[in-house]
Design a binder for this molecule. Sequence first.
Ligand SMILES: CC(C)(COP(=O)(O)OP(=O)(O)OC[C@H]1O[C@@H](n2cnc3c(N)ncnc32)[C@H](O)[C@@H]1OP(=O)(O)O)[C@@H](O)C(=O)NCCC(=O)NCCS
Length: 176
Amino acid sequence: MALIPSIIDGDEARHADGILAILNHAIVHSTALYDYHPRTAASMGPWFAARRAAGAPVLVIEDSAGVAAFATWGPFRPFPAYRHTMEHSVYVRHDARGRGLGRLLLTALVERAEAAGVHMLVGAISADNGPSIRLHEACGFHHAGTVREAGRKFGRWLDLALYQRILSGPADPAEG
Ligand SMILES: CC(C)(COP(=O)(O)OP(=O)(O)OC[C@H]1O[C@@H](n2cnc3c(N)ncnc32)[C@H](O)[C@@H]1OP(=O)(O)O)[C@@H](O)C(=O)NCCC(=O)NCCS
């Protein structure tokens, strides 16, 4: 029987290079990220700092090659009334896909968000990203709408599909 991989909290010194490699592969080869150019190693300090500022976990699954997959969240939009909504991301290294790691991490991320009192998680998914859309549907996310021609990459317009999952808390948070 296959072992269930461990999910650990990411550590900047240990995991920054592996996360960067996964992000850059997605940037160069796919529409999963709407960047045009690979990021530099120097970008990872601010990347981790932004997660800490958002109180967000960086969940990691390791394998013998390093970081096999990670998931995290950050602010959805930079205005106070959005503060209970987080935009999440989940990435699996290209040679580790199709083995259940994405589902495992997204499920764990939802549990962490519930525990942290997040009201809603939103995935902003390029509409041509079938595997991610099916993963989100399999994990209880619902299609909230699609923004047509929201981005442009590889010589074509990209539609952005929003997938949301409303969580249990907080019921009546303070405003202001
Ligand atoms: C999307 C992604 C995270 C899925 O991770 P994964 O570990 O390969 O997915 P899993 O093996 O856990 O599959 C979970 C479910 O997702 C769906 N899925 C995953 N890959 C799929 C594929 N290639 N085609 C169709 N459905 C797929 C299926 O519903 C699957 O459930 P099933 O195995 O019961 O059929 C991975 O493909 C990835 O990292 N892609 C590049 C980055 C990315 O797009 N991230 C999301 C940005 S919004």
